[in-house]
Write a protein that binds this ligand. Sequence first.
Ligand SMILES: [Zn+2]
Length: 454
Amino acid sequence: MTNHPRIWLANPLAIYTGNDEEASGGVVISGKTIVELVAKGKAPNDIDQTIDVSDQVLIPGLINTHHHFYQTLTRALPAALNKELFPWLQTLYPVWANLDPDVHRAATKLALAELLLSGCTTASDHHYLFPANLTDAIDHQVEIGKEMGVRLAMTRGSMSLGKDQGGLPPNSVVQTEDEILKDSERLVSRYHDSQPYSMSQIALAPCSPFSVTTELMRDTATLAKQLNVRLHTHLAETIDEENFCERSFGMRTVDYLESVGWLSDNTWLAHGIHFNDEEISRLGKAGVGVCHCPSSNMMLASGIAKVKELEAAGSPVGLGVDGSASNDCSNMIQEVRQAMYIQRLRYGSSEVTHFDAYRWGTQGSAKVLGRDDIGELAVGKAADIALFKLDEPRFSGAHDPLAALLLCGAHHAEAVMVNGEWRVKSGKLVDQDIDQIMFKHKQAAKRLAARGIS
Ligand SMILES: [Zn+2]
């Protein structure tokens, strides 16, 4: 067994551990895990390296549980501005149908870079567009994620219900059920690692009730059980979707979810806005996780998720930036702030604290992904850490550093560690050239938009 150096991140300006442990003196990292929490005024023994973080706020690495990396290519696209979900999707599907491997790679790299720089250490993506020349989109994502050193929770999305069959997406972007299930199996066997501290996991993720067949929902649940992987989909994002379910299946979204075998603690849903009390209680009892996506929900005017009721009922609640065409960025620390503020509109200021928001973006998100090895600072947890400096004008004079990070609006991490490795140092990506990543990405976005509507 190799003896890893013991690194002490010493005396942070403030720390959020996500539990009751006192760690004002910082944390000690060795290898890929946290090995010691240091109480106020104490110093650990046998330290190989001490890093003074007394001018930085230390939090567990943020966990993003829902995204669509490819959408970074269609940010603020004029044709899609000022629309709600269904017309917004109908405008964008034909543009997205022109994705190719080059533009998709550029989008993946940019999204992961942006996430890392905002303090995110675990990234999930929901990729559901597989035009004929992009059948290996998730292979690209895993390859680039490994290169960037981000912990991955990729989901194999799918669409099987084209316009001709009463669905929303154009026929050119849907696949057959057989293609989808075979590829899902291939990806799980190639990339899913279920061990503790896993850097790569795969879940199965039919896109939404309005873009896949009932058979695919059912068969995907069966396959996920067989392969022992998680299930993910969009649900209850809009009233349009609720109407679609009532019209097409004769039931509401949660009844539909149950009818296809998805009402379990193996499932997490993106959005989960339009649930009534009885549905919340059923979701909570079953332990279905919900990824709250505040910016996207505000941008598309979809509504405000009832996250406190969901948590009280037993549902894990995490956060997601959602796709970058409905956010239109991939900044996790900003998303934590947005969550705090949108939820205050629902529950009031005294009922939603900055600790609630931190919890959703860390332990809550970890639970949503079915993981107990990330999301908090404790001995034995993965060494996934984000550090923030309060050195911009927006923080000047702030009193409580932990509250200031959200209230004054942090948007850029000073340092980020994933699985014990530094991925951001002095506010810059380690071993990656952000200017080059952005140059390639801008070219790709231009190329995709120039192809117009297929
Ligand atoms: Zn989404």
